[in-house]
Write a protein that binds this ligand. Sequence first.
Ligand SMILES: Nc1ccc(F)c(C(=O)c2c[nH]c3ncc(Cl)cc23)c1F
Ligand SMILES: [Fe+3]
Length: 286
Amino acid sequence: MSRRVLKIFTPPTVPEGQGAQVIRIIGNNQLRNLNPFMMLDHAFVKLPAGFPDHPHRGFETVSYLLKGSFYHEDSKGFSGHLQPGDIQWMTAGKGVMHAEMPGSWDELTSGFQLWINLQAKFKMVEPQYQEIKKELIPEAKQNGVLVRVIAGEALGVKGPIYTRTPAFFLDVKLNENSEFLQKIPLKWNSICYIYEGQGLFDGQNANQHQVVHLDINDKQEVLKVKTGQQKCHFIIIAGEPIDEPFVQHGPFVMNTKEEIQQAFQDYYDQKNGFEGAHSWKSKIQN
Ligand SMILES: Nc1ccc(F)c(C(=O)c2c[nH]c3ncc(Cl)cc23)c1F
Ligand SMILES: [Fe+3]
């Protein structure tokens, strides 16, 4: 028996940021949100498109690069350059202004951006970064399966990211004719997203760019994935739901609409994390 599949669907491709196209995996009308996750994008972007200067408050953004390169710069003086396989886990906390731009005019940059909610007690922490280069992300290998363990645990290997909200972020590559078993804690929300190839998830076929939404109420902890003649490369995103109300307005995620109004007021008044927000201009936006 394997963790049951609730549904398999093809998420929409939507415009986002400035001229970018994203496959909106979480945050569409088939999967509005997946507590504690508010959004998951598979972004495809090349200059001059990108995600120019914008704020965040109250949650975490996770960027994981597949192809190309991505620059990041924020209003606290932090900047980074992500290459394929690198991860950047940004805890926006009380507030940060930043820009995220691709590194090339010609080569299409593609990668994931995941938005993870924070419990009320963490929403106003100082911003923090965990930038982990590809070489430092542990890989577990077994019988034609390779798992890059970004957060959580797979095949007995633990990931390097400290997650304030308990969560798994696994990049799984199955060769042809392989099988993979993954424990997903009961009562956690979880999806798989296939970014290349196809596979059988709990016996149901899922293709490239499809989402496999797993059943949170299942009594089965283990998900079984199998491949036949095709390889299957996919991510597993799983997390413990946060038992608090949440209100999202664009890049602000708080517990009440009054806190959202306060976020906009702090941004307008340039305080409580948004100091200098109106005059800050990133060097990387065009
Ligand atoms: N309009 C708007 C408003 C607020 C945002 F935070 C963003 C934004 O930064 C992103 C939204 N999807 C993303 N996928 C990948 C990456 Cl690297 C960034 C984003 C954005 F586009
Ligand atoms: Fe952002």
